[in-house]
Design a protein around this ligand. Structure first.
Ligand code: IPE
Ligand code: IPE
Ligand code: MG
Length: 238
């Protein structure tokens, strides 16, 4: 089976640029092109959910100029590509903290979500100002506040109830998580949701990622034997 939901840690823009003697921002610009290609390729592969890690809650620790370049690229992506995504029936959702974002960025993110809210061909989830610990902490705070006023019984809270408080409420868990650039870590991405995800780590840097890499990662996924703590289907009958 193909994965219903693929999540991608788009990493390696800076190293891609350095290898070419270019400034890091040139890597980020090429990274946006790779994102466009990948959304198209995922649609062609019949992938219904695509999540991309665009900016983490820890990426604020980068130099001011790099942050402002990244914000500029997000603005450009939303302004330039939103109409096309909408035309292609792509629903855009954004996960991550919304507090403290520049007002025009927050407005663009909300506009992308409301414009595309009724689209059903494909879902693009953008993780922006996202950190899984921050997401889980915000959920815990909201749950504690509900419990404090007596709207919720902590003893009766189950996993499904908990998930409704996460930014990913209503989004299925990722089946496959791909990370480019050779790093093999989650960097605070989807910690709760990745419990049973399959991982594919690719050596290529994100600006070089394309349809063939996506197809190869899907191929690797299809060879995996997912057991979810049980026994493989063929073992179960013997
Ligand atoms: C990924 O590329 C883009 C973001 C994290 C925003 P990097 O900027 O992390 O590139 P490297 O990892 O330094 O090469
Ligand atoms: C993870 O990449 C975040 C994104 C791809 C947006 P980083 O480059 O920030 O991760 P670390 O610092 O190498 O773990
Ligand atoms: Mg990186």
């Amino acid at each position: 089976m193909k994965p219903a939901h693929i999540a991608i840690i788009m990493d390696g823009n800076g190293r891609w640029a350095r290898a070419r003697g270019l400034p890091r921002t040139a890597g980020h610009r090429s990274g946006v092109e790779a994102l466009r290609r990948t959304v198209r390729a995922a649609g062609e592969q019949g992938i219904h959910w695509l999540t991309v890690y665009a900016f983490s809650s820890e990426n604020w620790s980068r130099p001011k100029s790099e942050i402002s370049d990244l914000m500029g690229l997000l603005r450009l992506f939303l302004r330039r590509d939103l109409a096309e995504l909408h035309q292609n029936g792509v629903r855009v959702r954004v996960i991550g903290g919304r507090e403290g974002l520049e007002p025009d960025i927050a407005a663009l993110l909300s506009e992308a979500e409301s414009l595309t809210a009724n689209n059903t061909n494909m879902n693009l989830v953008v993780a922006f100002n996202y950190g899984a610990r921050d997401e889980i902490l915000r959920a815990a705070r909201a749950i504690a506040a509900e419990a404090k006023v007596g709207n919720l019984d902590p003893a009766a809270l189950g996993a499904v109830d908990f998930e409704a408080y996460l930014d990913t409420a209503g989004i299925p868990d990722p089946d496959l998580i791909i990370r480019t650039s050779g790093e093999q870590r989650l960097s605070n991405f989807l910690l709760w949701q990745s419990a049973y995800a399959e991982f594919v780590f690719l050596p290529c840097h994100w600006p070089d990622f394309g349809a063939d890499d996506l197809a190869a990662a899907i191929g690797q996924f299809q060879e995996r034997d997912r057991r979810f703590g049980g026994v493989a289907a063929k073992e179960a009958v013997s």
